[in-house]
Write a protein that binds this ligand. Structure first.
Ligand SMILES: Cc1ncc(C[n+]2csc(CCOP(=O)(O)OP(=O)(O)O)c2C)c(N)n1
Ligand SMILES: [Mg+2]
Length: 568
């Protein structure tokens, strides 16, 4: 089924609520809808097929579909709708919707439902849908069946307008629209008058001058530390941070904060903090900490920053609640970081040496990282170091899964000439949707999408490979380290007697067979030399490809421990 050919359709569904829905999706700039097949949602599908400016992606597995929507929304910065039938279909959206909620992504969940009177009546494929995602969406909406009277149509139109405005108002986030639909479901009528009416929404832009009061105060601090965590790539923001870095102002940025193009911002946070000790921290502890972005990856950074309980800490960002990850917030400033840091009052004080002190630590940390990577045994460490060094082509979207992949990526960082985007599902850090999210990104990203994932994460989201949309620009690197390598590294699980059985769970996956089954070319590497040889071939292969990199579980965990313990 080619889902995106131009439609000359003259017929549409007889269900006006569905016609209003798709007309408003178009009005609000929704360009992508992920459709999962079903019967109850047929009227919405029928209404959708006549919309030429909406791309329809058909994905059977709703869990995967919702993660694909995340990947698309991250790339396009536009709301993405997902559409499913009644019953458990909706509940399968839950993991990705939780992730979208904490990544502040505007995903519009549309579920078809039976009419109210049939709920809990044993009439098949029915459960209490309305409100079932209420803890992980900004708002839930329920639209009754048989919208026909002018009152019904007015209510339906107003509700869908409200839902779309809610999703796209700051902070962005998912919403759930439950659409009750009664039979007949497949009847069509000529496209006629539209009952959809966009209700315009005006929210004033906050000018950068609104934060004058705060930005003027910044130079009264001798040590200002800005800590950037998960954030979409925003060139203007990176430029502002680049400009203000120096003297008394230091910017530390995690790999998924997407400031990787600035040479004055310090990346490789775990590498940097692995060089820290309590004496150095006494000198480098900030007077003013400014944080923005999503959940931080670096445990070490959290450890040090949480221990600083006598500092000023400003949190910048439009959030649903007070977010105090470092447990020492003193000031919440509800402005987008891109606006706050563009304020003309922020200019570092050249006379201070705070920046050069961090720079010295950073240079030492980087040089130690490089010599460690060059001399250590073949392991996840060597593999990730080699991989991260090799990825530098224009506009690449790097997707990283949870488990140890994101920790290595944050530790090692991207190569200096990397100018693409980096994403990881750190909203709630699930290992369940990395492949699907990366697939979503590859659907709308003109350049390559490269996913670096673990063997357990890869096997979890195998349905991400089962779509009809794999593209030659989609590359997957699977770190095969014998299961959940992260558990062997962190203190605790690896000392338990049944560690291998309950935590590591080595399945010895036939990745080559998966690759062939789903139409991917297959590559593998068992050593540093093999990896160096195969990487350029794999990255330039003009076809969807999977590269399996095999390391030893014990050596990998020990190597990472040795790295962090090197100064002890
Ligand atoms: C949905 C979900 N289930 C369980 C977990 C707990 N968990 C975190 S990391 C991990 C193992 C990851 O293994 P793998 O993908 O092979 O990465 P590695 O650490 O070996 O690099 C698990 C099970 C999770 N984060 N999300
Ligand atoms: Mg693994």
């Amino acid at each position: 089924m080619n889902t995106n050919t131009k439609s000359n359709e003259t017929l549409t569904t007889t269900h006006e609520s569905c016609n209003i829905m798709v007309d408003l999706l178009q009005e609000y700039g929704v360009n992508d809808v992920i459709v999962s097949p079903g019967s109850r949602n047929a009227p919405i599908i029928i209404a959708l097929t006549r919309c030429n400016n909406i791309r329809k992606h058909v994905i059977v597995d709703e869990r995967s579909a919702a993660f694909i929507a995340i990947g698309i929304a991250q790339q396009t910065h536009k709301p993405v709708a997902i559409l499913c039938t009644s019953g458990t279909a909706l509940l399968n959206y839950a993991p990705a919707i939780a992730e979208a909620y904490y990544q502040q992504l505007p995903i519009i969940v549309i579920s078809a439902d039976r009419p109210q009177e049939w709920i809990d009546q044993n009439d098949s494929q029915t459960l209490k849908q309305f409100g079932s995602l209420s803890n992980i969406v900004k708002q839930s909406y329920d639209i009754p069946s048989n919208c026909q009277s002018s009152n019904d149509l007015w209510f339906c139109n107003r509700t869908i307008n409200e839902a779309l405005q809610c999703a796209t108002a700051l902070p962005n986030g998912p919403v759930h629209i439950n659409l009750q639909l009664s039979e007949p479901l497949y009847d069509r009528q000529p496209i006629g008058q539209s009952y959809a009416k966009k209700i315009n929404h005006f929210t004033p832009e906050i000018p950068s001058e609104c934060v004058d009061e705060f930005t003027k105060r910044i130079n009264s601090y001798r040590k200002v530390l800005i800590f950037a965590s998960m954030h979409n790539k925003c060139d203007a923001l990176t430029e502002s941070l680049h400009k203000i870095s120096g003297g008394n102002i230091v910017v530390l940025s995690e790999i998924i904060a997407n400031n990787n193009t600035s040479s004055k911002i310090f990346h490789n946070i775990d590498c940097l903090f692995s060089e820290m000790n309590s004496d150095k921290w006494e000198a480098l502890k900030p007077d003013l900490l400014i944080t923005f972005g999503g959940a931080p990856v670096s445990r070490l950074a959290k450890l040090y920053l949480r221990a600083a309980n006598d500092i000023e800490h400003w949190r910048i960002g439009v959030d649903n609640n007070i977010i105090d990850t470092m447990q020492n917030i003193t000031q919440r400033i509800e402005v987008l970081p891109s606006i706050f840091f563009s304020n003309k009052n922020i200019a570092h004080n050249e006379n201070e040496e705070y920046y050069s002190q961090w720079e010295a630590l950073y240079n030492r940390a980087k040089s130690n990282l490089n010599s460690f990577a060059d001399s250590c045994k073949w392991s996840d460490f060597t593999a990730m170091n080699t991989i991260m060094r090799s990825i530098s082509r224009q506009g690449i979207n790097l997707q990283i899964s949870n488990g140890s992949s994101i920790r290595y990526a944050d530790l090692i960082g991207v190569s200096p000439d990397f100018n693409g985007t980096v994403h990881c599902n750190r909203g709630v850090s699930g290992i369940d949707g990395s492949t699907s999210t990366a697939l979503g990104a590859s659907l709308v990203n003109n350049s390559s999408t490269i996913l670096i994932t673990g063997d357990m994460s890869f096997s979890y989201d195998i349905n991400g490979l089962a779509s009809q949309y794999n593209s030659k620009q989609f590359k997957i690197i699977v770190l095969c380290n014998g299961g959940g390598g992260i558990f062997r590294f962190i203190n605790g699980p690896s000392n338990l007697p049944d560690f291998e059985q309950y935590f590591e769970v080595n399945r010895d996956l036939p990745i080559n067979k998966f690759a062939h089954a789903f139409g991917f070319d297959y590559f593998k590497a068992n050593s540093k030399q093999e990896l160096e040889e195969v990487l350029p071939i794999f990255l330039n292969n003009n076809k969807e490809s999977i590269l399996a990199v095999f390391t030893n579980n014990e050596v990998s965990a020990q190597t990472l421990k040795d790295y962090y313990n090197r100064n002890k």
